[in-house]
Write a protein that binds this ligand. Sequence first.
Ligand code: GLA
Length: 421
Amino acid sequence: MTFPQPALDAADKFPIAFGDNVPYAGSLGIAWAPGRVNLIGEHTDYNDGFVLPIAVDRVAALAGRRRNDSIIRLWSMQFEEYAQFSVEELPQSFEHELRNLPNWARYVLGVAAELASASLPLSGCDAVLSGDVPLGGGMSSSAALEVATVQFFAWLSQGRFTIGAENSTMKPMKVAALCQRAEHIASGLRSGILDQAASCLGQPKKAVLIDCRSLEYRYLPFDESDLSLVVLDTSIRRELANSGYNERRRQCEEAVALLRELIVTQESEGKGQQITSLRDITQEQFDIYKHDLPEVLRRRAGYIIAENARVLQVADLLETGNIEAIGPILWKGHAGLRDEYEVSSKELDALVDIAHSVPGVLGGRMMGGGFGGCTINLVRNEAIEALRQAVEQQYPERTGYQASIEVCHAAGGPGSANLDG
Ligand code: GLA
């Protein structure tokens, strides 16, 4: 089996970061989990809607050994920094431990605290963290780290808890839900389950349609023979927790409450209808009642209802192998994120415009939480070079920044391995 390069890099770094004279309890292990792109379905996850992500060939990885005590020592290759905490009193000691940690280590602590809450076994360890998911760039570097961390703790537990589809302690969606809670407590972002689920469910040559209400999922073929997924990074970073993300979530909740009120009081058949999220409101109902909503909420809810429909349309097209027809739906999705949901930015819009002008780019849109980060583009292989040149020439002129380009492929989910013997 070949292991992801960042996991091997972390393993190489381990003796340098932690020295050779620590009396370790066990062998050297690695664990990893992929980042993701999201083909379509943005901000629909926390509205109980649908998403259509693809795990990609970029991972977060840990390499380390078990200790005989409850201390976790970490070295980040990306931040070139140590961090340390104890798992002894978790989850009660979470707030106390959190205060002393750099942001990147908080995700590991968050996962450890959630494992402790679930009464799963935790042991101390020394570990090196590495990865090639661009950090904070909209490809879910934090979710990849959370999922890789669960894998690593499962490996450390020596079979006391296991992850997998059948007969294991935790199935993939359970891991995803645990990691989503870890994200909430570690960063304060009330994120949905998209990123963690996408990382847990990755499969080569597959996209996955996830129903974020029932947590059921279905794999769809993603044929990459002529096409690539190209991620263009604005190089602008926004802390989502401090941006409008949580505000958007609140606005959707307000819109649901108002629409529920309207539908239940005005429609006799509405009395029997359960409305707990925007997912429960049909386009026809929305068209009738939208004028009674405050302007901002009308735009937010309108976007979400249309986006859910786009996800199902794209899923059908993937299933029937009609990838060409997906392009225009992606452009439309971007327009909705820009004009109605208002989570785009001047830089994201510039990258989408530039991509739109390049023949062979089938479609593109901003991806992830927004306000910065990256765009996802569906590009014919022969057009990648033209897209790269167009971005290099036009993006700095239009924005004053440099963009980077990543060509990604659908890839498998998380894993772990023992490297000694
Ligand atoms: C971030 C969140 C996800 C999702 C996206 C928007 O990536 O972590 O849960 O809400 O934004 O689709």
